[in-house]
Design a protein around this ligand. Structure first.
Ligand code: 13P
Ligand code: SF4
Length: 298
């Protein structure tokens, strides 16, 4: 199967992009493995004819928006992100009416339609930098309320309004103070994604995007590492840093990230399914918000 995938990839002049939460066998075949921001930047730059995004839908949509001349496919059509579904375009319109002076910052874990209504997007790698770059005192920020709380702690001079108030990722809200306590008893470093609940974030040694975790691990720190995010991140870190100790939480599984198999990837390369198609006007408006984010940097 691996051989077939490599041959098809060459034949179709394709690039395979995989998020850090993808199954290890998919990551092993990918040309690019990274966090949401890294995948977006690489998708914008690639000259490949076909971009296969192994991740969830918003990641494939972002790739399409940034490089719309290319064909972009997602191997499993219904690989979504439940967090993205918390924020609707109507919520954004209504919040803008109530807060006309506020800027709207939309996390990339969102639909293309929501991004099209944003002033700027952000990822977990650059959320603080993005908000700090804006002149507005009030920021409407969605859909992740825990990431909003993190940005608020880092930038107390701003007023961050979460949109909606309870938007969350079920994988990350599964981390609790009991996990912190259990890790602390054994020692080491706790690294936590900003989608985790604020009380957990505040006890962590490092709060980072999944790409930030890769960079943070390169810098060292007391072992073992307790990796408070989707459990595949620990296997990614073990591949990158063999011999080091990284612990995952076995229950922290993003079901949608696990939908893509090698057979799905092979089929996607062969058939060119499932192609991401978005209305041009939505792509144009969303592209402005995403490119503005990329210009701010990580
Ligand atoms: P990262 O951008 O940190 O990889 O996060 C994406 C995501 O879906 C987190 O759950
Ligand atoms: Fe969405 Fe959570 Fe899965 Fe990330 S881990 S893709 S935020 S559901």
């Amino acid at each position: 199967m691996e051989k077939e995938i490599r041959a098809l990839k060459a034949e179709k002049n394709a690039v395979i992009m995989a998020h850090n939460y993808q199954p290890p066998e998919i990551q092993a075949l990918a040309d690019v493995v990274g966090d949401s921001l890294e995948l977006a930047v690489k998708a914008k730059e690639t000259a490949a004819d076909l971009i296969v995004v192994c991740g969830v839908r918003f990641m494939a949509e972002t790739a399409k928006i940034l490089n719309s001349a290319r064909k972009v496919v997602i191997p499993v059509e219904d690989a979504g992100c439940p967090l993205a579904d918390f924020l609707t375009p109507d919520m954004i319109r209504e919040a803008r009416r109530r807060h006309p002076d506020a800027a709207v910052v939309v996390y990339v874990n969102s639909t293309a339609e929501s991004k099209a209504l944003a002033d700027i997007t952000c990822t977990s790698a650059n959320a603080v930098r993005v908000v700090a770059s804006l002149p507005n005192d009030t920021i409407l920020f969605g859909p992740d309320a825990n990431l909003a709380a993190y940005v608020q702690r880092e930038l107390p001079e701003k007023t961050i309004i979460p949109l909606p108030p309870g938007g969350h990722c079920y994988v990350h809200t599964g981390f609790t103070l009991a996990d912190v306590e259990a890790a602390r008893k054994k020692g080491g470093t706790i690294v936590c994604h900003p989608e985790c609940p604020p009380e957990v974030q505040m006890q962590a040694d490092l709060i980072a995007s999944t790409g930030g975790m890769v960079r943070g691990a390169a810098a060292g720190g007391e072992e073992p590492w307790w990796v408070f995010t989707e459990r595949e991140m620990a296997s990614r870190l073990r591949v990158l840093y063999p011999g080091r100790i990284f612990y995952e939480k076995p229950e922290a599984v993003c079901a949608d990230m696990k939908k893509i198999s090698l057979e799905d990837l092979r089929r996607a390369l062969e058939s060119g399914e499932h192609e991401v198609v978005l209305p041009p006007e939505v792509m144009d408006r969303a592209r402005r918000a995403i490119e503005r984010m990329i210009a701010v940097g990580a």
